[in-house]
Design a protein around this ligand. Structure first.
Ligand code: HEC
Ligand code: HEC
Length: 215
C-alpha cells in the first residue's frame, strides 16, 4: 500500500521533470551567450515590472507582464518602437531589443504566475463584473469577456487583463486615443477606441478594479 503510493508519487515527480525538460528544450538550444543576454534583459525588465512580473505602483504604474499573451506583448513592443504607442520610458527600452530577444522575453514572461498586485478599491466590484460579462447595451459597450475571455486571460493579440494593476488599467482606458494608435498606420489598438469613448470614469474604475483581482 505504502510502497505503491510512494512509487506513484515518484512517477508523478518524474513526469513533472520530463515535462519541464521538454518545455525548456528551446531554451537549452540557445547558446550560453544568448541565455546570459536574455537573463540580463529579464532582470532589467523586472527592475520596473516587478520581480515576478506582477507590476509595480511607482511614479508611473508599471503594468503586470506575468502571464501576458506573447503576441500582444510583441505587438506592444513594436508599437513603442514605431512610437504609435507613446511612452518615453518604453520607447527607449524597446529600441534596443532584437526580434529574437523579444520572442524569448515574451515566452519567459508568459510562464510567470504571481498573485495579483491588489490594492484596488472594492466598492464597485459587482458593477465591474456585470459590465465585464454583459457589457452596457444602452451605451454600446460590448461585453469585455467576448474578446478578453471569461477569465480575462486574453488570447493571441488580445491581452490578458487578469491581475493587471488597477491604476494602470484606469490610465490606459482613460488616455487610450492619446497614447495608442498614433500616426497614420491603423493597428490593433483601433478595436478598443469606441469602447473607451463610451465608458464613464466610474465604469472604467469599476472594470479596472474587477479585473485587477482576477487570478
Ligand atoms: C524604467 C522602467 C521600465 C523598464 C526597465 C521596463 N519597462 Fe516596460 N513599461 C514601463 C512603463 C512605465 C510602462 C507603461 C507604459 C504606459 O503607461 O503606456 C511599461 C509598459 C510595458 C509594456 C506594455 C504592457 C501592456 O500591458 O500593454 C510592455 C509589453 C513592456 N513594458 C515590456 C517591457 C520589457 C520586455 C522590458 C525589459 C526588456 C521592460 N518593459 C522594461 C516601464 C519599464
Ligand atoms: C472586440 C474585441 C474586444 C472587446 C469587446 C474588448 N476588448 Fe479590450 N482589447 C482588445 C484588443 C484587440 C486589445 C489590444 C489592443 C492593442 O493591441 O493595442 C485590447 C486591449 C485592452 C486593454 C489594454 C490592456 C493593457 O495591458 O494595456 C484594456 C485595459 C482593455 N482592452 C479593456 C477592455 C474592457 C474593460 C472591455 C469591455 C468594456 C474590453 N476591453 C472589450 C479587444 C477587445
Amino acid at each position: 500500500m505504502k510502497v505503491t503510493s510512494l512509487r506513484l508519487a515518484f512517477q508523478t515527480a518524474l513526469l513533472a521533470v520530463c515535462f519541464a525538460a521538454t518545455g525548456r528544450a528551446d531554451a537549452a538550444d540557445m547558446s550560453q551567450q544568448a541565455q546570459q543576454g536574455l537573463q540580463g534583459k529579464l532582470e532589467y525588465c523586472k527592475t520596473c515590472h516587478g520581480l515576478s512580473g506582477e507590476g509595480y505602483r511607482g511614479y508611473y504604474p508599471m503594468p503586470r507582464l506575468a502571464g501576458q499573451q506573447p503576441e500582444y506583448l510583441e505587438n506592444q513592443l513594436q508599437a513603442f518602437i514605431r512610437r504609435s504607442r507613446t511612452n518615453p520610458v518604453m520607447s527607449n527600452v524597446a529600441h534596443g531589443l532584437t526580434p529574437s530577444m523579444v520572442a524569448a522575453l515574451a515566452a519567459n514572461l508568459r510562464d510567470l504566475n504571481p498573485n495579483p498586485y491588489g490594492g484596488a478599491p472594492r466598492d464597485s466590484l459587482a458593477l465591474g463584473k456585470t459590465i465585464f460579462e454583459q457589457g452596457l447595451p444602452e451605451s454600446n459597450v460590448p461585453a469585455c469577456s467576448a474578446c478578453h475571455g471569461p477569465d480575462a486571460k486574453g488570447k493571441a493579440e488580445i491581452p490578458r487583463l487578469a491581475g493587471q494593476l488597477y491604476w494602470y488599467t484606469v490610465k490606459s482606458l482613460t488616455n487610450w486615443s492619446r497614447e495608442r494608435g498614433q500616426g497614420s498606420l491603423k493597428d490593433t489598438s483601433a478595436i478598443m477606441v469606441p469602447t473607451t469613448h463610451n465608458l464613464t470614469q466610474a465604469q472604467i474604475s469599476a472594470l479596472a478594479a474587477y479585473v485587477s483581482y482576477l487570478k
